[in-house]
Design a binder for this molecule. Structure first.
Ligand SMILES: Cc1cc2nc3c(=O)[nH]c(=O)nc-3n(C[C@H](O)[C@H](O)[C@H](O)COP(=O)(O)OP(=O)(O)OC[C@H]3O[C@@H](n4cnc5c(N)ncnc54)[C@H](O)[C@@H]3O)c2cc1C
Length: 441
């Protein structure tokens, strides 16, 4: 029997997924004579499964922006080799309420008691699920498989010119030989940009603190003094983490008021909070992610990128290009869903002049839209984005009245077409609803 050795660097969700697939495929191999012994080496300074991002001891104020029903480490469809162990997060969540795993903390149990399929779990709890999956997988190693965990960093990967394959150098000098190496490193630390370095130097020269971009759980928030002004640059997901740590994390309480949405909570400060000032290129925080029971609303029908279109793309026989084949259809579906919803929710908005003629054509699904082409659609989208931005900013200014607000910088033109960037930057990384409502008291 030959030996195949695989080194997986990074034991977060992706590295663990790779391990899960290797085990499943090994077990599924029918011809045991041809089956090689499989040696897996997992390298990560953080505990396998949860890895760096999903550490189980982190504050429960850090929420996932994915609802319970959605994430899974273990594939539930579309794979040849059936999984050997584990389940989706949602299945695990339900099972833990009935039969708690010995590895759950009191905090996990408390959170699980109130967590439904469409709620947003804490990152700590998702990390617990990942740790559980990892444990289940290690308990079902197929014959002929060994697993070695190296709780350290990989420093170097080089070709092994003598023996073939690769050599992976670990932090304390150990070397691993590998036939294959998988790099599942996640977000790696980046060097500060010149602008960030300048900010850091300016801060230093004024005796102030500058915190570089980081995983929020790596930051010591206690270093920010109560009562002092803190400027938060960027109002994306991490902004909501910062708000959580500097308000509830400092002993503040959000009390229900009994009033409707938008005024449903009142903040009772602890007196230990700093003064938080938010700023971003767009000038608006990300809007809250909708709480739904499926990944997209059941009311959305894909008219353009439907089954027929996908079959037609497949039948082309060539690899589909996102820009040419997928995006134009997806774009139409997005606009269709957006404007039909807008027409229902705010009819006067949908009659704004910027969109009227295009909308007329679009709603009719006529060839006129094709004549306007992608440009027409993009202009419309951009106009809508610009208006939305202005509108939210106006409301937002009112929200921050009483604190000092920082002027908003213009949108920086990226290398990607701006329309794509706007689209992706507005919609996918939305914060969970419970975080958003805590901004509005
Ligand atoms: C703060 C934060 C919140 C997020 N929230 C969500 C969310 O709510 N929903 C969602 O779907 N996604 C979220 N993400 C995205 C998240 O990165 C992915 O969901 C997922 O963690 C990616 O898995 P990964 O294994 O590729 O990377 P990671 O989870 O980052 O794991 C990579 C692992 O590689 C290890 N590693 C890196 N370099 C080395 C090295 N040289 N040697 C050894 N080990 C190394 C790290 O220690 C780490 O454990 C979030 C990301 C961050 C940073």
């Amino acid at each position: 029997m030959g030996v195949q050795s695989v080194v997986i660097v990074g034991a977060g969700p992706r590295g663990t997924s790779v391990m899960e697939r290797l085990l499943a495929h090994h077990a599924a191999q029918q011809d045991s004579a041809a089956r090689k012994e499989l040696r897996i080496h997992l390298v990560d300074p953080f505990p396998p499964g949860a890895g760096h991002v999903w550490r189980t001891e982190q504050s429960r104020l850090y929420l996932m922006n994915t609802q319970s029903f959605f994430p899974t480490l273990i594939p539930d469809q579309g794979v040849g080799a059936p999984p050997l162990a584990g389940c989706s997060f949602n299945e695990w969540r339900a099972a833990q309420r009935a039969t708690p795993w010995a590895g759950l903390s009191d905090g996990d149990k408390h959170e699980l008691a109130g967590l439904g399929p469409s709620n947003f779990p804490s990152r700590a709890l998702y990390g617990r699920y990942l740790s559980w999956c990892f444990e289940q997988l290690t308990q079902t190693l197929p014959d002929g498989v060994s697993l070695t965990i190296h709780p350290t960093e990989a420093k170097r990967v080089a070709k092994d010119h003598e023996n073939g394959g690769f050599v992976v150098g670990l932090q304390h000098g150990e070397k691993l030989h590998a036939d294959q190496v998988v790099l599942a490193l996640g977000h790696v630390d980046s060097k500060l940009s010149p602008a960030q370095r300048e900010l850091r130097e300016e801060a230093r020269s004024h005796g102030l603190s500058y915190f570089p971009p980081a995983v929020p759980n790596d930051v010591n928030w206690e270093l920010l003094p109560a009562g002092e002004t803190v400027l938060v640059r960027g109002m994306g997901l991490n902004f909501f983490d910062v708000l959580g740590q500097l308000t509830e994390g400092r002993g503040g309480i959000f009390e229900p008021t009994g009033l409707p949405a938008g005024e449903a909570l009142r903040y009772v400060p602890s007196g230990r909070e700093p003064v938080i000032v938010g700023a971003s290129r767009r000038g608006t925080p990300y809007r809250a992610k909708a709480e739904m029971d499926s990944y997209y609303p059941a009311s959305v029908t894909l008219r353009f990128l439907g089954e027929d279109a996908v079959a037609a793309i497949r039948a082309m026989g060539a690899t589909a290009g996102f820009d040419h084949d997928i995006w134009p259809l997806l774009h139409r579906d997005t606009l269709w869903a957006y404007y039909t919803t807008l027409a229902l929710a705010a009819p006067t908005w949908s009659h704004r002049s910027c969109c009227r003629s295009w909308m007329h054509c679009f709603m009719k699904g006529s060839t006129a839209e094709r004549r306007l082409g992608q440009r027409g659609s993009r202009n419309c989208w951009l106009a809508m984005c610009a208006r939305t931005r202005f509108w939210i900013w106006k409301g937002w200014r009112g929200l921050w009245r009483g604190t000092r607000c920082v002027p908003v910088r213009g949108i920086v033109l990226p290398r990607m077409p701006i329309w794509t960037r706007l689209f992706w930057s507005i919609w996918p990384p939305m914060p969970p609803g419970p975080r958003w409502v805590r901004m509005t008291p």
